[in-house]
Design a protein around this ligand. Structure first.
Ligand code: ADP
Ligand code: MG
Length: 615
């Protein structure tokens, strides 16, 4: 039998290695940024085109390379950072495997210009699919500039696996943030499709967090500081009440390297203990400095996982450090566990910086905005308002309700209204036709027995269909704000919001995205002004969480989220006319039986069942 085993050519070996190191544009961004940091740069810029699919460019003012090193840097297992295996346990740089540039050059068209400070001329190298195209001396600034064009140009299968530009950009921003966060002594800039996304000046760790996540973090951060002979922990945690619904801001760095570690994450979560709402995640930015001999960084190709020699010790230190900070600074927990159930919505997030005022108790007659509310069709069902003002209690409840369920007043539902085009002056419903149970369910008589309706789910369905229609028809009823409201979102979140601008407009949000904040000029009629920031935060978080799931489209996601957010909650007393209206509108829906989340809205207890019940 002939020998059949042969060594793979370098280009093929590199392509295989690239499969591990470069999964998507963001992986290349990570490696290039890390190289720039390792090169000692204090000014780094990242330029991206089409979510990195067309261009990823990283420019630094670091040490640069000689022409020989420039050529060598693209060889596999070529590195200036370690000399032997023992060095693996003395690593202070981010890179050490010597395979990033070789991998990137195997699957893209790469151009590098590099020059050490003390040299007059730099060198320019072009490599495509591991093949050196040219290398010649060139004029360039001290430092290194690498352009990676057409990633995966020679691996179409890989290219096809890439997600939408929004998703890929988000991954890039994630990597950028991880590197920028822990290197506040370096100025960073990120430009995407010729537009600046971040411009970060040198400063403290705290300043860097604020520059990356928004000014509101100024008041939200609590310092963490702990030092022992073996390690030191420093950084910040976010006050419990600002914790998020997504794992967004959870950052561990070990010796300046971002790492993922579920065990340590548990240490932090535990330290917050009962201060965290059950479905929330703590946010933290923690830097552990430890002797490199006490960790193993060489266990994962992308170097985001590491092993600790004594993981339990690190766990207990992190836990203690966070507990101390929580205890010291959170003496008066601002969380209110006895909150009105109506407020604990599925998307409970607080408007920045402000304490959520108690709901309602504003006389709508004094509200100048009410008169301007734009109503897409029909008109407010005037007939539903009590003609007398005698019953103060009723009035209050009505107002309470009105501010939440304006939405259900907006669509014409009755036959008469539909045909005459005039809002019908509805008679008051017969007393006793609808009955509310435990401020949660609506009961009514139907031919076969007793109908039970879940008030929240019913309203969700009504609003969901309404929003979906608005999104499809591109109608955008909006309530213009007299004083536009500034909302502080992180630049990454602003980018995502910008991407959804058109859909948001159709839902009634008139939004302008400025350089360092977002200005809201108009909102959906149902939204209360003090909930604007919280709602936009929820929208962004929901999009981050859901956009990778292929099953839903963005319009459905948005309609579902807003409907859930604005629907009347259990705990609201509903008046007869309000229940009647909810009922009418529900049965004018396309799918009255099921809520947008698939839950059942309506059930009928058959009269025979009721008889049985009493036997
Ligand atoms: P590693 O970072 O693991 O050493 P890379 O493939 O990323 O491997 O880079 C190979 C070598 O190229 C590095 O060890 C370094 O000497 C050099 N290098 C890469 N990028 C830069 C840069 N931006 N500035 C200076 N030197 C660089
Ligand atoms: Mg590297």
């Amino acid at each position: 039998m002939p020998d059949i085993i042969k060594l793979l050519p370098d280009a093929v070996a590199n392509q295989i290695a690239a499969g591990e190191v470069v999964q998507r544009p963001a992986s290349a961004v990570k490696e290039l940024l890390e190289n720039a940091v390792d090169a000692g740069a204090d000014d780094i810029s990242l330029v991206i085109k089409d979510a990195g699919k067309t261009l990823i460019q990283v420019n630094d003012n670091g040490c640069g390379m000689t022409p020989m090193d420039a050529r060598m840097s693209f060889e596999r297992h070529a590195t200036s950072k370690i000399n032997n295996a023992n060095d693996l346990f003395a690593i202070r740089t981010l890179g050490f495997r010597g395979e990033a540039l070789a991998s990137i050059a195997a699957i893209a068209q790469v151009e590098m210009k590099t020059r050490p400070k003390e040299e007059e001329l730099g060198s320019c190298l072009k490599i495509e699919g591991s093949k050196l195209i040219s290398q010649e001396p060139c004029q360039c600034k001290p430092g290194t500039s690498i352009s990676v064009k057409n990633l995966f140009f020679n691996v179409p299968a890989r290219r096809n696996f890439l997600k939408s530009n929004t998703t890929e950009t988000r991954h890039i921003i994630d990597e950028f943030i991880r590197v920028a966060l822990i290197n506040p002594g370096i100025a960073f800039e990120m430009i995407h499709n010729d537009k600046p996304v971040y411009k970060l000046q040198k400063g403290s760790f705290k300043k860097r967090i604020i520059d990356l996540f928004g000014k509101v973090y100024q008041e939200r951060l609590l310092p963490v500081e702990q030092k022992t002979n073996l390690l030191s922990i420093s950084g910040f945690i976010l006050k419990a009440e600002f914790s998020k619904k997504t794992r967004g801001e959870q950052y561990f760095f070990v010796n300046n390297r971002f790492i993922k570690n579920a065990y340590l994450n548990h240490a932090v979560t535990k330290a917050f203990s009962e201060l965290l709402p059950t479905d929330a995640y703590p946010s933290y930015f923690l830097h552990i400095t430890i002797d490199p001999a006490d960790i193993d960084v060489n266990i994962h190709p992308t170097k985001t996982e590491i092993n600790f020699k004594d993981a339990r010790y690190v766990y207990s230190m992190v836990n203690a450090a966070v507990r101390e900070s929580v205890g010291k600074f959170n003496l008066t927990p601002t969380l209110n566990f006895d909150e009105d159930p109506a407020l604990t919505t599925a998307f409970h997030s607080r408007p920045e910086g402000e304490v959520r005022p108690p709901e309602i108790h504003v006389n709508p007659d004094y509200n100048p905005f009410d008169t301007k509310k734009s109503i897409p069709q029909g008109g407010p069902s005037a007939g539903f308002k009590p003609k007398t003002t005698g019953d103060k209690n009723w009035e209050n409840l009505y107002r309470h309700f009105e501010s939440k369920v304006d939405g259900i007043e907006e669509k014409p539902v009755s036959q008469q209204e539909m045909f005459s085009g005039q809002p019908e002056e509805k008679p008051m419903q017969e007393p006793g036709r609808f009955f509310q149970v435990h401020k949660r369910f609506i009961l009514t008589n139907v031919r076969s027995g007793l109908m039970i309706i879940d008030q929240q789910k019913a309203h969700e369905r009504i609003l969901f269909e309404k929003y979906l229609e608005q999104l499809k028809d591109k109608r955008h009823p909006s309530q213009q704000l007299l004083f536009p409201k500034k909302v502080h979102l992180s630049p990454a979140d602003r980018t995502l919001l910008a991407d959804m601008k058109e859909e948001l407009l159709n839902l009634g949000f008139t939004i302008e995205i400025k350089d360092d904040f977002t200005e809201v000029k108009g909102i959906p009629g149902e939204l209360k002004e003090n909930l604007i920031a919280g709602t936009l935060e929820s929208i962004v978080e929901n999009e981050k969480r859901e956009s990778d799931k292929p099953a839903t489209d963005r319009q459905t996601r948005l309609a579902r989220l807003l409907a859930a957010q604005m629907a009347v909650k259990p705990g609201k007393t509903l008046t007869e006319p309000e229940m009647a209206e909810l009922f009418d509108k529900l049965f004018a829906c396309k799918v009255p039986e099921t809520a947008p989340d698939g839950k059942k809205i309506v059930g009928i207890a058959d009269i025979h069942l009721l008889e049985e019940f009493l036997k």
